[in-house]
Design a protein around this ligand. Structure first.
Ligand code: GEK
Length: 238
């Protein structure tokens, strides 16, 4: 279903929520809004196939409609693992259970706040555009928990919308992002209203802040494997 949530000029803009209305349009919304999203998903499947260890847990934190879990599950060649997909939006998990859970028996869907998720025996943990929604003061402890729950040789894959210290770079990348959205069919008002709705809900940080926090949480090797305008993805190896 097409995302027209911010098309109405009459409704006041409310803070963004992952409710049923968003769930219904989510695949269209994320593909038209996040530069490189399909590539991110397909490369997560490649990275998972490389790093998943037999008999371990794989976590998809902030799974939304399960795109990452499905890509990992379908990409894995001969290794067996348990995929745990977590989201605190009941509407998202209801949709996952309805469409995926019966067919993919090794994906467990949980409605849970990431602050309460136990991570153990993990070889791969993915946060694909989720940390940006976690309050700033909780981000370090979440990363430490992930590091502690990973096995040696395990990885965290972390994708985020970012900001830049350099004003010119920030403006250029934001403009390119908005231009992409407008070429993908969002009008100026929709782009502005979505931006307003995400203010104080999605808090982007710089690449340097992310890499420092990931390293300070214990990871030894953290690399940017994808950058597309103001969106990045990192892989951090324990
Ligand atoms: C994808 N990874 O398609 N606990 C659990 N879930 C949360 C929390 C929290 N505290 N905060 C936010 N979420 C997906 C896309 S979307 C990204 C992820 C976006 C969930 C929230 O409910 C939503 O489903 C997801 O994180 C972020 O690859 O919409 O830009």
């Amino acid at each position: 279903m097409k995302d027209t949530i911010y098309r109405s000029k009459d409704e006041p803009v409310k803070p963004f929520e992952f409710n049923k209305r968003v769930v219904d349009v989510f695949p269209d919304m994320i593909e038209r809004s996040v530069p490189g999203y399909p590539l991110t998903i397909s490369m997560i499947s490649v990275m998972a196939d490389e790093y998943v260890q037999e008999g371990t847990n794989v976590y998809d934190l902030g799974c939304s409609l399960g795109a990452v879990s499905l890509a990992i599950q379908q990409g894995l060649k001969n290794k067996k693992c348990s995929i745990i997909a977590v989201d605190n939006s009941q509407a998202m998990i209801d949709a996952c259970v309805e469409t995926i859970a019966n067919e993919e028996k090794n994906i467990e869907f949980r409605v849970e706040d990431l602050a309460d998720t136990e991570i153990n025996n993990a070889s791969v943990v993915v946060m694909n555009f989720t940390l940006q929604f976690i309050p700033l003061e909780q981000r370090k402890s979440l990363l430490e928990k992930i590091y502690n729950g990973l096995l040696p040789g395990g990885v965290l894959i972390l994708s985020e919308k970012i900001t830049f210290d350099d004003d010119a770079e920030n403006e250029t990348m934001n403009n390119l992002h908005h231009h992409m959205k407008s070429l993908n069919g969002y009008d100026k008002l929709e782009i502005a209203s979505k931006r307003e709705a995400l203010e104080d809900v999605l808090i982007p940080e710089t690449i340097e802040t992310h890499i420092k926090r990931v390293n300070d949480s214990g990871f030894e090797n953290t690399f940017v494997w994808l950058k597309c305008f103001n969106f990045i993805s990192l892989i951090a190896v324990k």
